[in-house]
Design a protein around this ligand. Sequence first.
Ligand code: SAM
Length: 280
Amino acid sequence: MDLAVALYIVPTPIGNLGDISSRAIDVLNNVKLIACEDTRHSGILLSHFGIETRKTALHDHNERDRADWIIQKLSNGEAVALISDAGTPLISDPGYHLVSAVRNAGYKVIPLPGACAAITALSASGLPSDRFTFEGFLPSKEKGRIDKLTELKEDPRTLIFYESPHRIVHSLESILTALGEDRVIVMAREVTKTFETFLCGTVKEVLEQVKADPNQQKGEIVLMCHGYRLAEDEGIPTVVINTLKLLCEELPLKKASALAGQIHGMKKNALYKYGLENGL
Ligand code: SAM
């Protein structure tokens, strides 16, 4: 196979080795050099497929220096591939500086399609997939997480996060605090692997399941949250109507709607409209 001189972006499996494409194997066999996030980690995958191409490490700490060296290889007429530990390079993985430098130097960058945990999880989540936002990992500190989630609270698109197993309970708690306990979420764990599970429900329900089952606090996780919904589009949940009714016993409808909206993470206008239509 004669490859055009270019930097090839090659996705690798996120769990199931059968998910590598035959084109990916061809490219990895035929480039002169494979830049790997971790040469030892990728070495296992590459030897599984009998690929003996020379490897070099390209990670967050050496990416800028390595880019010049890789551009030199391209200028010598050598095709180079980039892979990460799993999934699509650059997606919460190194590669952005390299791709940008290679393009700026005037060389071709050729992407191969393949596994990506976020897209694979979204496709089976049952959440709206017409519009979504990928947010990578949430901040590790609680304040940062709450600030980030508050910023996203009224975003109508499906929200996608990567999460680590030891932080999953804290992150679910932050989602509950910032987006409200009724926000529908899907937690996809160990996608494409033996213990693949999808937990779906309100954040309160999923948090209870995860706390009750230590197995749900293991493995690799994609968290997805339903986007912000206008109440009139989706019907107002009973729990919100109950709050609104209670507040209306003591407060004018306008104030009660604003408070109920704040408590449940919903738009006050929809609650106000409901109140007017239902004589509250
Ligand atoms: N580049 C990768 C991709 O295309 O999906 C993502 C790399 S990022 C460093 C690793 C994170 O992706 C994990 O912490 C987890 O959140 C998510 N992830 C990777 N593989 C997964 C899997 N099989 N199931 C669920 N989540 C996965």
